[in-house]
Design a protein around this ligand. Sequence first.
Ligand code: SAH
Length: 357
Amino acid sequence: MSTINLLDLDRKGMEAFFVSIGEKPFRATQVLKWLYQEQVTEFEEMTNLSKALRANLKENCCIETPEIITEQIASDGTRKWVIQMGCNNRIETVFIPEEKRGTLCVSSQIGCALACTFCSTAQQGFNRNLSVSEIIGQLYVAQNRLGEEKRITNVVMMGMGEPLLNFDNVVKAMNLMMDDFVYGLSKRRVTLSTSGVVPAMYRLTEACDVSLAVSLHAANDELRNVLVPINQKYPLKELMIACRENVKLAPRRTITFEYVMLNGINDSSADARALIKLLKNIPAKLNLIPFNPFPNSGYHCTPMVTIKRFRDLLQNAGIITTIRKTRGEDIDAACGQLVGKVKDKSRRHLKLHLAES
Ligand code: SAH
């Protein structure tokens, strides 16, 4: 048997593992608790397991977390960590403290294959999917670093990568986040953001009940095809049907639509009207994101007065609309600014990755 990193196993996987070595499934609960709540890293310390089992685990398993390389703290308290993932690759994870909550922005891939034109992660290219331990490990090392004072109360899968193109690992990691013996987060406090991988959106609703955010950015296919190229494969009509289905399965749920404000590109009153039409009859919240610049992007952020006017048009049409407060700007930790260090194998080719979805 090759060495198993216990952080790669969700509850089901861990139960199956214990059964496979002749133990009862409830061992999973005990070990999850040791790992995540007690943060024990030595099998000897897992005192409610028999000596023989501890020896067996020591022989066949390991407890390996990713490693924080650097930490930056912004003037508003936002923290950004660069985290080493194997050799040559680094990703970024961001902690956003607010008065009553602490949100961790978690990455799902090293780089991204989707080539959205306004996102700096896209410029990095794509290297590989993160494993379960590398995803849940971001919570592990972040909480460890934050200590007792600041707790991670919310997770948004809005870091680097497209989470639905790393479906299995992301679902396992999110189920761990919500497990009572791991981080115990409620499903309303775990949000997955997608650029619109439609078939995986249907699968997600069945596999894992979390909140959904959709990166919309344009209300017509012509523009969305350019800004979010995956739209060429899954156009708005299909995307909106998938959103409606998601809401149907979980009544009282609303979907958050993200809309990055790009000066002169998607911010006219005609754009607002098209957006109103698109979001009619769907329980939606709209989150307007001021564009965060990065070198050579070619885009500019819409002036705040125009963003507010845009918001008012939507509000007046009955759509709950907020403007995302930019956080961590002075350390390049804001939306779309995460870069890490991606050893690009130029596997970003859209076709290839769309085929995998
Ligand atoms: N791939 C997923 C997860 C990334 S989420 C998705 O697209 O939803 C990151 C969020 O930040 C998305 O809504 C993305 O569109 C937004 N974003 C990307 N680049 C940005 C930028 N330069 N300024 C502001 N928001 C940006």
